[in-house]
Design a binder for this molecule. Structure first.
Ligand SMILES: [Zn+2]
Length: 307
Protein backbone atom coordinates (compact mmCIF):
# COMPACT_ATOMS: atom_id res chain seq x y z
CA UNK A 1 0.00 0.00 0.00
CA UNK A 2 1.18 3.51 -0.78
CA UNK A 3 2.31 5.51 2.21
CA UNK A 4 -0.07 8.12 3.52
CA UNK A 5 1.10 11.70 3.03
CA UNK A 6 0.47 12.26 6.74
CA UNK A 7 2.87 9.49 7.75
CA UNK A 8 5.74 12.00 7.33
CA UNK A 9 7.38 12.85 10.68
CA UNK A 10 6.64 16.57 10.51
CA UNK A 11 2.92 15.89 10.86
CA UNK A 12 3.39 13.98 14.16
CA UNK A 13 6.61 14.99 15.79
CA UNK A 14 7.09 18.55 17.00
CA UNK A 15 10.89 18.51 16.56
CA UNK A 16 10.46 17.34 12.97
CA UNK A 17 7.79 20.00 12.38
CA UNK A 18 10.19 22.70 13.58
CA UNK A 19 13.04 21.30 11.50
CA UNK A 20 10.81 21.41 8.40
CA UNK A 21 9.62 24.99 8.97
CA UNK A 22 13.15 26.14 9.85
CA UNK A 23 14.49 24.68 6.61
CA UNK A 24 11.78 26.53 4.65
CA UNK A 25 12.10 29.89 6.40
CA UNK A 26 15.82 29.86 7.22
CA UNK A 27 17.43 28.25 4.15
CA UNK A 28 20.80 29.70 5.19
CA UNK A 29 20.52 28.96 8.89
CA UNK A 30 18.69 30.71 11.75
CA UNK A 31 18.18 34.47 11.73
CA UNK A 32 17.44 36.39 14.93
CA UNK A 33 14.07 38.16 14.42
CA UNK A 34 15.00 40.82 16.98
CA UNK A 35 18.31 42.09 15.61
CA UNK A 36 18.63 40.16 12.33
CA UNK A 37 21.85 38.52 13.44
CA UNK A 38 22.42 35.54 11.14
CA UNK A 39 25.86 34.50 12.38
CA UNK A 40 25.48 30.85 13.30
CA UNK A 41 28.32 31.06 15.83
CA UNK A 42 26.37 33.76 17.70
CA UNK A 43 23.13 31.82 17.96
CA UNK A 44 22.70 29.00 20.44
CA UNK A 45 20.12 26.30 20.68
CA UNK A 46 18.48 26.07 24.08
CA UNK A 47 17.99 22.50 25.11
CA UNK A 48 16.75 20.72 28.16
CA UNK A 49 13.71 18.80 29.24
CA UNK A 50 11.66 21.85 30.15
CA UNK A 51 12.74 23.99 27.19
CA UNK A 52 10.28 24.69 24.41
CA UNK A 53 10.97 22.97 21.11
CA UNK A 54 12.90 25.10 18.62
CA UNK A 55 14.01 27.66 21.20
CA UNK A 56 17.22 29.53 20.39
CA UNK A 57 19.15 32.35 21.91
CA UNK A 58 20.84 35.23 20.13
CA UNK A 59 24.22 36.12 21.72
CA UNK A 60 24.20 39.53 20.05
CA UNK A 61 20.96 40.92 21.50
CA UNK A 62 20.67 38.28 24.26
CA UNK A 63 17.06 37.52 23.35
CA UNK A 64 15.45 34.08 22.89
CA UNK A 65 13.44 33.25 19.75
CA UNK A 66 11.92 30.48 17.66
CA UNK A 67 11.10 30.27 13.96
CA UNK A 68 7.47 31.09 14.80
CA UNK A 69 8.26 34.74 15.58
CA UNK A 70 7.21 37.13 12.82
CA UNK A 71 5.04 34.54 11.10
CA UNK A 72 1.36 33.60 11.18
CA UNK A 73 2.34 30.98 13.80
CA UNK A 74 3.47 33.56 16.35
CA UNK A 75 0.32 34.24 18.34
CA UNK A 76 -0.86 30.69 18.45
CA UNK A 77 -0.31 27.97 21.01
CA UNK A 78 -1.24 25.27 18.55
CA UNK A 79 1.47 22.70 17.88
CA UNK A 80 3.38 23.37 14.68
CA UNK A 81 2.71 19.81 13.48
CA UNK A 82 -1.04 20.56 13.48
CA UNK A 83 -0.44 23.78 11.55
CA UNK A 84 1.42 21.72 8.97
CA UNK A 85 -1.48 19.28 8.71
CA UNK A 86 -3.93 22.15 8.20
CA UNK A 87 -1.68 23.80 5.59
CA UNK A 88 -1.40 20.53 3.72
CA UNK A 89 -5.18 20.07 3.73
CA UNK A 90 -5.82 23.56 2.38
CA UNK A 91 -3.12 23.18 -0.24
CA UNK A 92 -4.25 19.81 -1.50
CA UNK A 93 -8.01 20.35 -1.66
CA UNK A 94 -8.99 21.92 -4.94
CA UNK A 95 -12.18 23.42 -3.56
CA UNK A 96 -10.88 24.23 -0.09
CA UNK A 97 -11.72 22.90 3.36
CA UNK A 98 -14.56 24.18 5.52
CA UNK A 99 -13.96 25.25 9.11
CA UNK A 100 -16.09 22.35 10.29
CA UNK A 101 -14.07 19.85 8.31
CA UNK A 102 -10.80 21.26 9.66
CA UNK A 103 -12.19 21.08 13.17
CA UNK A 104 -13.19 17.43 12.78
CA UNK A 105 -10.00 16.37 11.03
CA UNK A 106 -7.62 18.08 13.46
CA UNK A 107 -9.74 17.45 16.53
CA UNK A 108 -9.56 21.10 17.61
CA UNK A 109 -12.27 23.60 18.56
CA UNK A 110 -14.32 25.56 16.04
CA UNK A 111 -12.68 28.88 16.88
CA UNK A 112 -9.21 27.39 16.51
CA UNK A 113 -10.16 25.85 13.17
CA UNK A 114 -11.58 29.15 11.93
CA UNK A 115 -8.49 30.98 13.08
CA UNK A 116 -6.18 28.45 11.42
CA UNK A 117 -8.02 28.57 8.12
CA UNK A 118 -7.94 32.35 7.91
CA UNK A 119 -4.30 32.65 8.85
CA UNK A 120 -3.33 30.07 6.26
CA UNK A 121 -5.32 31.98 3.63
CA UNK A 122 -3.40 35.06 4.69
CA UNK A 123 -0.13 33.16 4.18
CA UNK A 124 -1.34 32.19 0.71
CA UNK A 125 -1.99 35.82 -0.23
CA UNK A 126 0.87 37.39 -2.14
CA UNK A 127 2.92 39.63 0.11
CA UNK A 128 4.31 43.04 -0.76
CA UNK A 129 3.68 45.14 -3.80
CA UNK A 130 2.71 43.08 -6.83
CA UNK A 131 3.62 44.33 -10.23
CA UNK A 132 0.84 44.66 -12.81
CA UNK A 133 -0.32 41.71 -14.91
CA UNK A 134 0.33 41.76 -18.64
CA UNK A 135 2.52 44.19 -20.52
CA UNK A 136 3.53 44.80 -24.13
CA UNK A 137 2.55 41.84 -26.32
CA UNK A 138 0.66 40.16 -23.48
CA UNK A 139 -3.02 39.36 -23.18
CA UNK A 140 -5.04 39.77 -19.99
CA UNK A 141 -8.53 38.35 -19.64
CA UNK A 142 -10.99 40.08 -17.31
CA UNK A 143 -14.35 38.71 -16.28
CA UNK A 144 -16.82 38.78 -13.43
CA UNK A 145 -18.91 36.19 -11.69
CA UNK A 146 -21.68 36.47 -9.16
CA UNK A 147 -21.51 34.17 -6.15
CA UNK A 148 -25.18 33.27 -6.03
CA UNK A 149 -25.95 30.68 -3.39
CA UNK A 150 -27.94 28.34 -5.57
CA UNK A 151 -30.14 28.50 -8.64
CA UNK A 152 -33.05 27.25 -6.58
CA UNK A 153 -32.91 30.14 -4.11
CA UNK A 154 -32.51 32.81 -6.75
CA UNK A 155 -35.10 35.52 -6.35
CA UNK A 156 -37.11 37.13 -9.15
CA UNK A 157 -35.21 39.74 -11.13
CA UNK A 158 -36.63 42.75 -9.27
CA UNK A 159 -35.44 41.34 -5.94
CA UNK A 160 -31.94 40.58 -7.10
CA UNK A 161 -30.69 44.01 -6.31
CA UNK A 162 -31.56 43.59 -2.66
CA UNK A 163 -29.88 40.21 -2.26
CA UNK A 164 -26.42 41.66 -2.87
CA UNK A 165 -24.69 38.53 -3.97
CA UNK A 166 -20.98 39.19 -3.96
CA UNK A 167 -19.44 39.78 -7.37
CA UNK A 168 -15.88 38.66 -8.03
CA UNK A 169 -13.68 40.15 -10.72
CA UNK A 170 -10.76 38.03 -11.86
CA UNK A 171 -7.89 38.96 -14.12
CA UNK A 172 -5.55 36.48 -15.71
CA UNK A 173 -2.46 37.05 -17.76
CA UNK A 174 -2.44 34.28 -20.38
CA UNK A 175 0.37 31.92 -19.48
CA UNK A 176 0.76 33.73 -16.15
CA UNK A 177 -0.99 34.43 -12.90
CA UNK A 178 -4.56 35.01 -11.88
CA UNK A 179 -5.68 37.73 -9.51
CA UNK A 180 -9.16 38.11 -8.04
CA UNK A 181 -10.92 40.85 -6.14
CA UNK A 182 -14.39 41.39 -4.80
CA UNK A 183 -16.32 44.23 -6.36
CA UNK A 184 -18.03 45.05 -3.10
CA UNK A 185 -15.77 47.96 -2.26
CA UNK A 186 -13.86 48.26 -5.54
CA UNK A 187 -15.03 49.31 -8.96
CA UNK A 188 -14.06 47.12 -11.90
CA UNK A 189 -12.17 50.01 -13.43
CA UNK A 190 -10.12 50.65 -10.31
CA UNK A 191 -9.18 46.96 -10.10
CA UNK A 192 -8.11 46.98 -13.76
CA UNK A 193 -6.20 50.22 -13.35
CA UNK A 194 -4.31 48.89 -10.33
CA UNK A 195 -3.57 45.44 -11.71
CA UNK A 196 -3.22 45.55 -15.48
CA UNK A 197 -0.18 46.97 -17.26
CA UNK A 198 -1.20 49.78 -19.63
CA UNK A 199 0.61 48.18 -22.57
CA UNK A 200 -1.51 45.02 -22.35
CA UNK A 201 -4.18 43.74 -24.66
CA UNK A 202 -7.36 43.30 -22.65
CA UNK A 203 -10.00 40.71 -23.52
CA UNK A 204 -13.46 40.85 -21.95
CA UNK A 205 -17.06 40.09 -22.73
CA UNK A 206 -19.23 43.03 -23.75
CA UNK A 207 -19.47 44.57 -20.29
CA UNK A 208 -19.35 48.28 -20.97
CA UNK A 209 -17.56 48.93 -17.71
CA UNK A 210 -14.25 48.07 -19.36
CA UNK A 211 -14.81 50.50 -22.21
CA UNK A 212 -12.37 53.11 -20.94
CA UNK A 213 -9.82 50.71 -19.46
CA UNK A 214 -6.34 52.24 -19.73
CA UNK A 215 -4.79 49.53 -21.94
CA UNK A 216 -3.11 49.36 -25.36
CA UNK A 217 -6.04 47.51 -26.93
CA UNK A 218 -9.35 46.03 -25.85
CA UNK A 219 -11.21 43.25 -27.62
CA UNK A 220 -14.57 41.77 -26.73
CA UNK A 221 -16.69 38.72 -27.39
CA UNK A 222 -20.38 39.43 -27.43
CA UNK A 223 -22.10 36.93 -25.18
CA UNK A 224 -25.45 38.52 -26.01
CA UNK A 225 -24.97 37.52 -29.63
CA UNK A 226 -23.98 34.00 -28.49
CA UNK A 227 -20.40 34.68 -29.40
CA UNK A 228 -18.01 33.04 -26.91
CA UNK A 229 -14.82 32.61 -28.89
CA UNK A 230 -13.50 34.59 -31.84
CA UNK A 231 -10.01 33.37 -32.64
CA UNK A 232 -8.05 33.95 -29.44
CA UNK A 233 -10.57 36.50 -28.18
CA UNK A 234 -12.27 34.73 -25.28
CA UNK A 235 -12.36 34.58 -21.49
CA UNK A 236 -12.22 30.79 -21.30
CA UNK A 237 -9.21 30.73 -18.96
CA UNK A 238 -11.36 32.43 -16.36
CA UNK A 239 -14.45 30.31 -17.00
CA UNK A 240 -12.60 27.23 -15.74
CA UNK A 241 -11.36 29.06 -12.67
CA UNK A 242 -14.83 30.43 -11.89
CA UNK A 243 -16.30 26.96 -11.98
CA UNK A 244 -13.84 25.78 -9.27
CA UNK A 245 -14.31 28.99 -7.29
CA UNK A 246 -18.09 28.66 -7.30
CA UNK A 247 -18.11 25.00 -6.41
CA UNK A 248 -15.77 25.86 -3.55
CA UNK A 249 -17.28 29.05 -2.24
CA UNK A 250 -20.90 28.14 -2.76
CA UNK A 251 -20.55 24.52 -1.70
CA UNK A 252 -17.71 24.17 0.79
CA UNK A 253 -17.74 27.65 2.25
CA UNK A 254 -21.47 28.05 2.51
CA UNK A 255 -21.68 31.15 4.60
CA UNK A 256 -18.82 33.29 3.47
CA UNK A 257 -18.82 36.59 5.29
CA UNK A 258 -18.19 39.36 2.77
CA UNK A 259 -15.50 40.91 4.91
CA UNK A 260 -13.46 37.71 4.61
CA UNK A 261 -14.12 37.10 0.92
CA UNK A 262 -10.84 38.62 -0.25
CA UNK A 263 -9.00 36.08 1.86
CA UNK A 264 -10.89 33.19 0.30
CA UNK A 265 -10.12 34.61 -3.13
CA UNK A 266 -6.42 34.66 -2.20
CA UNK A 267 -6.71 30.97 -1.35
CA UNK A 268 -8.28 30.05 -4.71
CA UNK A 269 -5.86 32.31 -6.61
CA UNK A 270 -2.93 30.68 -4.80
CA UNK A 271 -3.98 27.14 -5.71
CA UNK A 272 -4.67 28.19 -9.30
CA UNK A 273 -1.26 29.88 -9.60
CA UNK A 274 0.49 26.81 -8.19
CA UNK A 275 -1.69 24.18 -9.87
CA UNK A 276 -0.59 20.67 -10.73
CA UNK A 277 -0.54 21.50 -14.46
CA UNK A 278 2.44 23.75 -13.79
CA UNK A 279 4.31 20.76 -12.38
CA UNK A 280 3.72 21.66 -8.74
CA UNK A 281 2.56 18.83 -6.48
CA UNK A 282 0.69 19.06 -3.16
CA UNK A 283 3.88 18.89 -1.15
CA UNK A 284 5.55 21.68 -3.12
CA UNK A 285 2.40 23.79 -2.89
CA UNK A 286 2.35 23.32 0.90
CA UNK A 287 6.02 24.29 1.04
CA UNK A 288 5.22 27.52 -0.87
CA UNK A 289 2.41 28.27 1.60
CA UNK A 290 4.78 27.69 4.54
CA UNK A 291 7.24 30.16 3.01
CA UNK A 292 4.33 32.61 2.71
CA UNK A 293 3.85 32.57 6.50
CA UNK A 294 6.87 34.81 6.97
CA UNK A 295 6.31 38.51 7.61
CA UNK A 296 2.58 37.88 7.85
CA UNK A 297 1.83 38.48 11.45
CA UNK A 298 -1.72 39.63 11.78
CA UNK A 299 -4.17 39.50 14.62
CA UNK A 300 -7.74 38.74 13.75
CA UNK A 301 -10.61 39.81 15.86
CA UNK A 302 -12.17 36.62 17.04
CA UNK A 303 -15.69 38.03 16.95
CA UNK A 304 -16.80 36.37 13.74
CA UNK A 305 -16.38 32.66 14.24
CA UNK A 306 -18.32 31.55 11.17
CA UNK A 307 -16.82 31.15 7.71
ZN1 LIG B 1 19.43 39.09 18.17
Amino acid sequence: MAKSVFSADRFHNEEAAFAYVEAELWPNGPVCPHCENADATKIGRLQGKTTRVGLRKCYVCRKPFTVRIGTIFEDSHLALRLWLQAIHLLCSSKKGISTRQLQRTLGCGMKTAWFLGHRIRFAMAPGGDLGPLGGAGKTVEADETELARSRKTKRPADFRRKTHNPVVLSLVERGGNIRSATLDHNSAMSVVRRNVHKDSRLVTDTATRYKYAPVASHEMVDHHKFEWVRGDVHTNTLEGFFSVLKRGLVGVYQHVDKKHLDRYLAEFDFRQNTRAKLGINDEQRASLAVRGTQGKRLTYEMSGSAD
